[in-house]
Write a protein of this length. Structure first.
Length: 67
């Protein structure tokens, strides 16, 4: 299974830079880059913090798919 994310889509729609989103959720910009590229699995807290920024659920942002 692979973790897919819609963070980039929501971030761009909201007009945030990666660094701005990172600051809002207390993460490094590099973490947001890795999340958007599917190379990092977030902690539950980070996933919930990002979802809260966009006013969506964690399930709206992250989904597992068959590889």
């Amino acid at each position: 299974m692979a973790l897919e994310t819609r963070i980039k889509e929501y971030r761009e729609k909201a007009g945030y830079k990666q660094s701005e989103l990172a600051e809002m959720v207390g993460a490094r910009r590099e973490t947001i880059v890795h999340l958007e590229n599917g190379r990092y699995n977030p902690s539950l807290k980070l996933a919930m913090d990002i979802a809260k920024v966009f006013g969506v659920t964690v399930e709206d942002l992250f989904m597992y798919t068959e590889e």
